[in-house]
Design a protein around this ligand. Sequence first.
Ligand code: GUN
Length: 283
Amino acid sequence: MSANTINGKELAHKLREEMAEEVSRLRSEGIVPHLTVIIVGDDPASKSYVNGKKKASAQTGISSEVIEMPSSLSQDRLLEKIEELNNDEAVHGILVQLPLPEHIDEQLVIESISPYKDVDGFHPFNIGKMMTGDAAFLPCTPYGILTMLHSYDIPISGKHAVVLGRSNIVGKPVGQLLLNENATVTYCHSRTDNLYDYTRSADILIAAVGKPNMISADDIKEGSVIIDVGINRQEDGSLTGDVDFASAAEKASHITPVPKGVGPMTITMLLQNTIKAAKGLSR
Ligand code: GUN
């Protein structure tokens, strides 16, 4: 079998076009979706991510502002700024780019953002709502993965979904979202014994570990769906995922490439969450 490639770049483009139309409608009703991003310090990778968010917002007609703060900033000053944004009715979404400098308590900062403006979906309020299956802001990468599965009409209910990785941002929430859709979910991680016994029985395999090519054809089930969240920089500067694409594609029914797979979906879902926030959907 040769797998269908799940083209995240193409899907993201299509969704962003639909969103642009929706934003235009909202604007004509006097609602201008607005995202405020706070970046603390001058980490080049963070700056590049934030630029991507700003550019994507503009392309979709979403208004955005990037607030740059020095890494010497006190925690109290950051919390004050967030409080100000929480109370600003023109701001629909607030995103504090992570990681933060060591003297700032990241969890405290996440919890200081109004859950109704938490477009990252990192606030415990939204995580709790997601667990109970209620309307919530969903974390962008898991939300993007789910959107890909839906868009390609991939059945989830009753399927065995195996999640490699248990991060708070990807692994844990993506498993929860699949469970909410009646998948049978197994989480595997660095301490899992006989990990490949699980990967070989997965109908849907989500690899979010950060280990280049740890999954190849021998490790997957014939006809399975492979979602590769890994983004690993190789010595020659190119990117590769957690999955050996060429070999896995011979056996899977669907597979995401790296790049142009899950990556472009993440920012797209941030835009979706900002539109949701502007419409007050999760209230
Ligand atoms: N740093 C890396 N990824 C993310 C993300 O999705 N959200 C935030 N706030 N910071 C990040």
